[in-house]
Structures are given as C-alpha cells and as structure tokens.
Design a protein around this ligand. Sequence first.
Ligand SMILES: [Zn+2]
Length: 201
Amino acid sequence: MKKALIIVDVQNDFCEGGSLAVPDANQIIPYINLLMEDNNYDEIVLSQDWHPANHKSFASNNGRKVGDIIKLNGINQFMWPDHCVQNTFGAEFQKDLNIEKATHIVQKGLNIEIDSYSAFQDNNHFTKTDLDDYLKSKDIQLVEIVGLALDYCVKYTCLDAVANGYLTCLHFNGTKAVNAKPGNDKETIFTLLQNGVTILG
Ligand SMILES: [Zn+2]
C-alpha cells in the first residue's frame, strides 16, 4: 500500500513568535522530522496557508476584533489576526522543519473571499486544491497527517482525506491545537474518531 505524509501549515506565523502562534507548536517539529526519516513515505506533501494581504478572514480587513465571527459568503468565518501573507516571513515554512524530502506543496487560502482550512478544498467547498488529484495520480491509499492546528486545518484535512477515500491516520504527537475554547482539542479528536480517522500515538 502506498502512503503519504501530509504536513499541514508548519509555517512561521503558526509557530513560536508568529502572529497566530499555536501553543507549543514548535514541539511537534522534531517529531515530524523523525517521522520523515524513519518511514518510507511514497510522498510527502506540505500544505501552506498563502493569503493575499486583503484576505477577508483577517479581522483587520473587516474592521473587526480577533475572535469575532462574521458571515462570509453564507458561512461563519472566525476573525483571525493577519497571518501567512504571501511572500512574507510569516508564510515561510518554519526553518527547523526538514522540507528537503517534500515531494509536493499545496497552497491554500488564495481567494480573498473564502477561507480554506482543509488542504483539499476551501471552506465553502467551491474549489478543490490539486491535492486529491495529485495523491490519486501517485496511487496513494493511506495518508498520515500532522501539523497545525489540530482544531482547524488538521481537522478538516483529516475529514476530507476520509471523504476522498483514503485510509487516514492522525499523529497525535505531531499536532497542536489553538484551543480558542478550552477542550476544542478533545472535541476534535472525538469528531475524527467518529469519522473513521485512526489516531496514532
Ligand atoms: Zn489562514
């Protein structure tokens, strides 16, 4: 069986010192590097949040406060601080992540009107990225997922991996949650288990 590792959004803005730093995010990087060394993945995919500066998921572009929720194209949109703006330091992969082994990069969140948590598609399900086609073209059947953040981009990438027919595993030690509300991490794990995602230690 061919397997891929999908590394979600391990970028400066989501790591220590970033504008949307996920608590303890940097702790997962050595674990992810070890995974890449110890496993013969057929493919290693990096996803990269890649927003134009005027992206509508940014509170600053809507005259809102971080944490507000607005309706954007008919769905709830959490208001984030500016983050992962194209061609800025914050959008670069964190330097300790060993990206040499990556075989493919998927950028998401390019459309200013729609946020994109999943590496497979935007939050409105209007546009798919090339991730599913890419993995299918390489005969990938199993995906292992790590990265940031558990309760947003990792969660939706896992759910879409299942929906697209992949055996899907999440590495618990390879992810950290935002936990905007305490307990979001636990709730996310339950949702993933209910939807057929295997949680690896
Ligand atoms: Zn984003």
